[in-house]
Structure formats: structure tokens, C-alpha cells
Design a protein around this ligand. Structure first.
Ligand code: ZN
Ligand code: ZN
Ligand code: ZN
Length: 467
């Protein structure tokens, strides 16, 4: 009888553990690799006889988007922390196992290697066929006097994500050893600003659009490399989602003591406090560098709106040649047909590919123009302090920041078509100067969005019930 109850309770415990895998972490024997810092502190507290409350003193964070000072509760697995004022995610859902992104990053790197091992796409028309590898997309652009576009294509789709994934693997390994030198911390603070520049998902849409564009003219087929690329892009997105930066930073380098009293429910600026852009550590404004990662902070005093305006005006000027010059020209049996961005959209609409015409129109016309208008509006809002609707303004900024990279679709379409459609005199596609101008517009508006300081959209007060 006693034996039966014991075995039932053991089985129940195992089922319970399988059901809630994070419970395993609280066992002392689970090894240093998988024991997160806050649980380790709690364990140390129990071992050393301190009270749990004392050991897990709630840390204070400053929201990097609206400058509000809040207390960060310790998260159970799956729980995330959001800023009460602007809803910025201070901390993503906590992972029961902090080494989890490691597996995803490694899988993504393996898929990336496979991208280069096979053919990407192949094309044939009237007996002439041509096969391209992924590398050809960048190489052909360089061969057509657009080396900058080749570099852009290579960096945004595989170069930066590859470097990012390698760095993530390295950082997680360092985090498991709980020691990180100055160089490791300098590397860690560089990674998050890279995230908007990784466009492998945008490239996939670009490839699909270009396939639909030429499917009526020639036979195209998808190679193993393209499938590997799609899996790679998904794995990269999954890795982004799983990395818990606050926890990773806590493992790499715990926050040094501040020796200043922080009041929550006020702005950081009113307490002469800034938040590090690299590691999210709050520290006094008069210190030049972040005490944890060594990154230099953007002082509140510096007015960067002028810079945002300058970039927006540059983008508007460049958008004119981007629409006047052809983005690509198709040569078929001796006749050359140059196409502008809008011309391409109209051609697609005439030939009946409405959905694709709409995709290109939204990505190349609607998104850049609305992005420039929205950022200009936000600059005015910040300058004249129209703070009556900060939440909506913040939402507008976030949408602007998120959608900007999708404008790259048309540039990627040109890159893929130029590399793929190479049937000599029968049919060939050349890139046009507008491709370069348009890529510059996309990049400059992205930089403009990044230079905009969202803290300027908020004032010193906060009413809980305004939503
Ligand atoms: Zn906030
Ligand atoms: Zn956010
Ligand atoms: Zn820092």
C-alpha cells in the first residue's frame, strides 16, 4: 500500500515535470549550464540562509522607447514584461532553457551552408537553359556595374544573418560559462541593431514575385538551394524570437551596482538617467559610457531631429530618379523594353497578374511614401510637443519601422531576374539606375526611422487609463 502510493507520487512527479519542463531547473543537480541566474541566486539564498526577497530584489529598468522607469518582476517561463506606458516589450517571454536558441542558430547555420551547395533556380526558354546558384544573384549584379547592390544583396540576405548567428552561438557559449570579457560584451551590444537589416524573408518574397513575373515567358524551376534558403530564413526568425536578451546579458555580465536611488513611475530623464542602447542598463547621464557593456549613450540633450529631417529630404530627392529611370530593361530578340517601377506595376496589371501588381505597388510606392510622410509627421509632433496622443504616435512609429524593409522586394526581384534570365540574344534582363536609387531610398528611410528618438513623443506624465 505504502509502496503503491510512493510509486504513484513518483510517476505523478515525472508527469508533472514533463508537463512543466521549467520545474526541472529548480533542482540543484541540473548542472550549471542550464541554471538561469535568478534561480541560481534563489538557490544560493536558500543555501546561504538569506531571505528570498532580499536575494531577488526586483531590478529596475528604463524603457528605451518612452523613458519610463519601471520595476521588472522576475518572469516565469513564457511570461514577458511590457512597458505600462508605451507597451514596448522590455523582456520577451522567458525561456525555460536559455540555451534553446543555440540549437536553432546552429540549425540555421547548417541550412545556410546547404544554400551554397545546390542550384537556386533554373530557367529555360526555346531550348536555351540557364541555372543559377544563390551566389550568382550577387555576382551578376556586380558584373552589371552595380557592385553596391551586390554587396547589399549579399549582406542583407546571408552575410549579416550568418555573422549574427555565429555571434549568437559564441555568446550563448560564453553565457553558459558566466564570464564575458570586454570584447565579448562589445560584440553583444552590436547585435541587436543589426536585426532590422536582415532581410532573408523579404528576399524569399522577392524570389516568388520574380518567378511569377517570368513564368509566362519561360519555364522556371526551383532548386534545392531555394528550399534550403526558405528553411534557413524561418530558422533565423525563430532564433530572433527565442533569444532572451535581458537574460543573456544577465548571464554574460550582471549589472554593476548603481549607487543611485531610482524612482519608478517617473521618466529617466527627470532623474538624470539614461538607458544603454546596447544592453538596456540604466545609468546616470553624466557617465560617458555604459558601465556594463561600454557602449556610448545618446544623451537626451542632443537633438537628432535635424538628422532625421536631413535623411528624409535625401530620401525624397532620391525617390524622383528612382521613378524616372528604368528599374530594369528586358531585351528579347533584339528589342529592348525599359521599365520604370510604376511602368512595371501597370504592365503586370494589364497582363492580369493583379495580386503581384498590388504587392509591388504597395512595397515600392505606398510603403516608401507613407513612411516618409509618417516620419515627417512624427518629427513635427516631437518638435512642437503635441503629446496629447502619444500612444497612437508610438504605434505609427512602430508600424513605420516594421514595414520599411519590405520595400526591398522590388530590388530583390531585379537582382533575381538579372541573374536568372540569361538566354543570350533570346532574352536577357539588365538592371537600371532606378534600382540603385530605390535601394538607397529604402536604406535611407530605414536609417531615418532608426535615428528618430521615440522618447521625444512622450512627456513627463502618464495616466494609466488612457488607451
Ligand atoms: Zn515605454
Ligand atoms: Zn519593442
Ligand atoms: Zn550597456
Amino acid at each position: 500500500m505504502n509502496y503503491a502510493t510512493t510509486s504513484i507520487s513518483i510517476i505523478a512527479e515525472y508527469v508533472g515535470r514533463a508537463w512543466r519542463p521549467h520545474m526541472r531547473l529548480e533542482k540543484a543537480g541540473s548542472g550549471p549550464l542550464f541554471l538561469p541566474v535568478h534561480l541560481k541566486t534563489r538557490l544560493d539564498a536558500i543555501v546561504n540562509g538569506m531571505t528570498v526577497e532580499h536575494a531577488t530584489d526586483l531590478p529596475v529598468a528604463v524603457c528605451r522607447e518612452c523613458d519610463w522607469v519601471i520595476q521588472v518582476p522576475s518572469r516565469a517561463p513564457g511570461e514577458s514584461v511590457h512597458c505600462p506606458r508605451c507597451n514596448h516589450h522590455i523582456a520577451p517571454p522567458a525561456q525555460s532553457d536559455r540555451q534553446r536558441p543555440l540549437a536553432w542558430a546552429m540549425a540555421a547555420l547548417i541550412m545556410l551552408a546547404l544554400v551554397f551547395a545546390f542550384d537556386f533556380l533554373s530557367f529555360s526558354t526555346r531550348g536555351v537553359s540557364h541555372t543559377m546558384s544563390f551566389f550568382d544573384a550577387a555576382r551578376t549584379m556586380a558584373g552589371h556595374d552595380y557592385p553596391s547592390l551586390a554587396v547589399l544583396l549579399f549582406c542583407t540576405t546571408v552575410g549579416l544573418p550568418g555573422a549574427y548567428l555565429l555571434a549568437v552561438v559564441f555568446l550563448l557559449w560564453q553565457a553558459s560559462r558566466h564570464k564575458a570579457g570586454a570584447a565579448t560584451r562589445a560584440l553583444a551590444r552590436q547585435l541587436r541593431p543589426l536585426e532590422p537589416w536582415m532581410m532573408s524573408d523579404v528576399f524569399i518574397v522577392g524570389v516568388l514575385v520574380s518567378l511569377i513575373k517570368i513564368v509566362t515567358l519561360a519555364d522556371v524551376s526551383i532548386g534545392l538551394s531555394f528550399i534550403a534558403f526558405c528553411i534557413y530564413a524561418l530558422l533565423v526568425l525563430r532564433t530572433f524570437m527565442l533569444i532572451d536578451w535581458p537574460a543573456l546579458w544577465a548571464d554574460l555580465a550582471p549589472m554593476p551596482a548603481l549607487h543611485t536611488h531610482l524612482e519608478t513611475g517617473r521618466t529617466g530623464a527627470s532623474q538624470n538617467l539614461v538607458v544603454c542602447r546596447g544592453c538596456d542598463m540604466p545609468f546616470p547621464n553624466d557617465r560617458g559610457k555604459c558601465p556594463r557593456c561600454g557602449g556610448r549613450h545618446i544623451a537626451h540633450a542632443i537633438d537628432r531631429i535635424q538628422l532625421t529631417w536631413a535623411l528624409l529630404i535625401t530620401a525624397v530627392i532620391l525617390y524622383i530618379p528612382a521613378n524616372i529611370y528604368p528599374i530594369m530593361s528586358t531585351t528579347s530578340l533584339g528589342s529592348t523594353d525599359p521599365q520604370t517601377i510604376v511602368g512595371g506595376v501597370l504592365h503586370l496589371a494589364h497582363t492580369g497578374s493583379w495580386p503581384i501588381a498590388l504587392v509591388i505597388f504597395v512595397a515600392s510606392v505606398v510603403v516608401p511614401i507613407s513612411k516618409i510622410v509618417a516620419l515627417a509627421w512624427l518629427c513635427l509632433t516631437a518638435t512642437y510637443r503635441w503629446h496629447h496622443n502619444s500612444r497612437t504616435q508610438m504605434r505609427l512609429y512602430r508600424v513605420t519601422e516594421k514595414i520599411g524593409r519590405w520595400s526591398m522586394i522590388d530590388v530583390f526581384v531585379v537582382a533575381v531576374l538579372v541573374a536568372l534570365v540569361r538566354a543570350g540574344a533570346l532574352m536577357a534582363i539588365e538592371p537600371g539606375p532606378a534600382a540603385l536609387c530605390f535601394a538607397a531610398v529604402v536604406i535611407i528611410t530605414m536609417i531615418a526611422a532608426l535615428t528618430f528618438d521615440t522618447r521625444q513623443l512622450w512627456d513627463e506624465t502618464f495616466e494609466m487609463n488612457t488607451r
